[in-house]
Design a protein around this ligand. Structure first.
Ligand code: URA
Length: 287
């Protein structure tokens, strides 16, 4: 049997177990199946990471917070797959991801979407997986949800060009935009772990349930988790709604706006330059 066939069987059994227990569960179990014939070769040990230096020059580009609502309105860190660290730079992680064929998504993807942004960002945004637009372009969050994400970030003086990095739990598009399967997360999450250790973001913004479950280990719903600060390996992590969800239910934007303000306060605590920028935003009554 191939590892994919074994994985499908295991996930079928997980689903059956969830069903027998009376509900639809989100499983984050880790399997390490191997093809009966082809064994995946071992990988070398990890390398060290660079330092923090925030580029906080975004304020000039901050538009009116168009995103802000109108007045009306287990973890994969458990199975820490940081092992395949053949790379010392973000570009090397990206190159490795582009060459990856560790799960079945490599057969259906058009392009791998490793992530993009600045080194040593103030914020690392982690989404779930690429969608159709991202699959076509090779860039994260460039579709409608991505445009909303950019607005959310710019409302508090953040952007992928100046002071953020944007990545996903899984680097290839799952067919029909379904949730990534646990085995796909297992095969891929070491890229994100390595990105985090190289990027050393000041803060992580976790967009949606899938990202939050995989980074915090909590399988609670995102409605319960959003807005409550957690930690990922000593990095403050804020769960928030996924922008795709906000596009489907605009009434939730008010909560997401609260999260953006909380993120802004946290960054102001942690970074002097950002503190000055956010003070200016407050003075201009943009936040
Ligand atoms: N949704 C995500 O979670 N990530 C993307 O890159 C695009 C849409």
């Amino acid at each position: 049997m191939t590892c994919e066939q074994k994985l499908v069987m295991a996930q079928f059994l997980d689903t059956a177990e969830a069903s027998l227990k009376g509900g639809y569960g989100f499983y984050n179990r880790h399997y390490d199946f191997k093809d009966d014939e082809a064994i995946i070769p071992p990988v070398p040990p990890p390398a060290a990471a660079p330092t923090q230096a925030a580029d906080n020059t975004a304020l000039a580009a901050v538009p009116t917070p168009a995103f802000a609502p109108s007045q009306a309105a287990a973890p994969s860190q458990a199975a820490d797959n940081t092992a395949p660290a053949k790379f010392d730079t973000i570009d090397e992680v990206a190159a490795e991801a582009r060459a990856c064929s560790n799960c079945a998504l490599c057969k259906t993807r058009k392009q791998v979407v490793p992530g993009e942004g600045v080194p040593n960002p103030l914020v690392l945004v982690v989404g779930e997986a690429p969608g159709a637009d991202e699959d076509s372009s090779g860039r994260p969050f460039v579709g409608k949800a991505g445009q909303l994400l950019d607005k959310m970030l710019s409302s508090i003086a953040l952007s992928r060009e100046k002071n953020c990095f944007i990545a996903n739990i899984v680097k290839c598009r799952p067919p029909q935009n379904r949730d990534p399967l646990p085995g796909e997360v297992d095969a891929c999450i070491h890229f994100l772990h390595k990105q985090i250790s190289l990027l050393k973001p000041l803060v992580i913004l976790s967009a949606g349930r899938v990202s939050t479950a995989n980074l915090t280990g909590s399988n609670d719903g995102i409605t319960r988790l959003r807005g409550i600060w957690k930690n990922y390996r000593n990095i403050p992590l804020l769960p928030t709604f996924h922008p795709s969800y906000l596009l489907r239910d605009e009434t939730q934007k008010a909560f997401a706006w609260e999260d953006m303000k909380s993120l802004c306060r946290k960054l102001a605590e942690l970074d002097k330059n950002y503190e000055a920028m956010s003070a200016k935003l407050r003075f201009e009554r943009k936040i």
